[in-house]
Design a protein around this ligand. Structure first.
Ligand SMILES: [Zn+2]
Length: 482
């Protein structure tokens, strides 16, 4: 049988890929999203593709207009905001600049839990979608969003992933927190159709045994996707295992990670194992995509058209460029249940006024440093960033997985799952490093365990603190991720 030469076969493969991408992106998705579902997602996406190139000034002006529209809507239609603002003497009509907005009250998870129904809009015509986000404490947060807002966030997801070469129409292999238990047949069918439309193959990150790792690699090599999209920690664990075992795999064009914080050494390891650049994304259930990297990797471009992201110090003032602070988000378009200055519990570093070399006017978040919960507090008033531990533990090859738990202000336990025994000298070295950092006022224990459970969302919490953060009157352990 005639077999075309290798370069012709590669050319055919490339062409059929491009045709597939075109058919999904320009025919099937519009037919489904705009035709069948009557969503405005693709229209909003086209708009976002244009507005990202506006100047920083223009984007800020448009954001202020949207903010003023939201404040006036919430004042008229949402009982909670109306009464809170009246009580504080705040008038949306007087917000003429971003600075005027900077003293408006910050809300948090507890505010939403206590006032969800009073936060909803009484205005007509806004169909609501109810969502919830789980937590390591097992206490979920329920909230609502309207359909238009949902379409806008889908659009920003498409744009952000497209920066990483993983936009709609490209072929993607997911390593994600997909549920393991059998779903209802109808739901299963819907999910399959959706994955087919979006050209996704989904692997659950919940049970990454050696067999599942090998199955993922087989799938990767056979389907040769354009991008891998994954939870950060499971993909890092997989990368570590592949390098250790000397397994070479197919290199996609890009790798998108999200849902968990990405450390520098994890990026390096993942890029080494898969031979492709890693793009960090930052999102949450409450807002979907908050920020994503472009191909310059100089920070996360914020979804500035849809939300206002502030980084504030503990007194509520904007942090200086380069300083870490609390992430506070205002969703400009969720009129159904507005989130106005919502502190989501994450910590980040804002970027200065400089523009990204890619030419987009969208502001950058320099770095997501972690969640407020990923911090230990000490009796002498210090905060130790959770980041300390992954950096330390990567030097101990015997440790397969670990978790730091602070039950009380003066007690910290480091739980480790070991791949091989930890020698006495190594153990002393590890304990010494941790004790030096925690200080003498904290009793520290190193405990070997056989397993460290993941959160309900399939994430690995590296640091869990049960110590109350008095500054925000928020009980640590109740805030959570997407
Ligand atoms: Zn850029």
């Amino acid at each position: 049988m005639f077999k075309p030469p290798a370069h012709r076969r590669a050319g055919c493969l490339r062409n059929s890929r491009l045709i597939g991408q075109f058919v999904h992106r320009h025919l099937l998705l519009p037919a489904f999203e705009s035709g069948l579902k009557r969503r405005k997602t693709l229209r909003y996406w086209a708009e976002l593709e244009r507005t990202q190139w506006l100047s920083a000034r223009e984007l800020a002006d448009r954001q202020l207009d949207a903010l003023r529209g939201l404040l006036s809507h919430a004042f008229r239609n949402c009982p909670y905001y109306r009464s809170e603002w009246l009580r504080r003497g705040l008038d949306p009509a007087k917000v003429q600049s971003a600075a005027d907005f900077s003293r408006w009250p910050v809300i948090d998870r507890e505010t939403i839990r206590a006032n969800r129904f009073e936060m909803r809009s009484r205005g007509a015509g806004l169909g609501l979608i109810s969502k919830s986000t789980g937590g390591s404490s097992g206490v979920p947060l329920h909230f609502d969003l309207d359909h238009r807002s949902n379409d806008r966030r889908m659009a920003s997801w498409h744009r952000g992933y497209a920066w990483a070469g993983a936009g709609p129409g490209t072929r993607q292999l997911y390593l994600w927190g997909a549920p393991l238990r059998a779903r209802r047949p109808l739901k299963r069918c819907k999910d399959r159709l959706y994955d087919w439309l979006y050209r996704k193959r989904v692997f659950s990150s919940f049970d990454m045994s050696r067999e599942r790792e090998d199955a993922f690699v087989r799938e990767l090599n056979a389907t040769r996707p354009d991008a891998i999209v994954a939870y950060t920690n499971p993909l890092y664990e997989l990368a570590r295992s592949l390098i250790k075992r000397g397994v070479r795999v197919y290199s996609p064009k890009s790798i998108v990670v999200g849902a968990e914080k990405l450390h520098g050494f994890q990026r390096e390891m993942i890029e080494r194992a898969f031979g492709a650049p890693v793009f960090e994304t930052y999102g949450s259930r409450e807002f979907m995509l908050i920020g994503a990297e472009c191909d310059r990797h100089t920070g996360l471009h914020l979804t500035q058209e849809n939300m206002r992201v502030e980084v504030l110090d503990d007194d509520g003032w904007p942090t200086a460029p380069g300083a870490e602070g609390n992430v506070v988000i205002t969703d400009l378009y969720n009129y159904g249940m507005p989130f106005i200055r919502y502190a989501n519990g994450d910590r980040a570093i804002a970027s200065g006024a400089g523009m990204c070399a890619c030419g987009r006017g969208l502001a950058l978040l320099k770095q997501v440093t972690g969640r407020r919960l990923d911090m230990l507090r000490t009796p002498d008033g210090r905060r130790i960033a959770g980041e300390f531990f992954p950096h330390l533990m990567k030097d101990f090859a015997a440790v397969a997985r670990f978790q730091v738990v602070q039950e009380r202000i003066d007690r910290v336990e480091l739980r480790v799952v070991l791949m091989s025994p930890l020698g006495p000298a190594e153990r002393r070295h590890l304990e010494g490093r941790v004790r030096d950092t925690l200080g003498p006022a904290i009793r520290f224990n190193l405990t070997e365990v056989t397993e460290i459970p993941l959160t309900a969302a399939g994430k690995l919490r590296v640091v869990i603190s049960h110590v109350t953060d008095e500054l925000h009157e928020t009980k640590a352990g109740t805030l959570c991720a997407a």
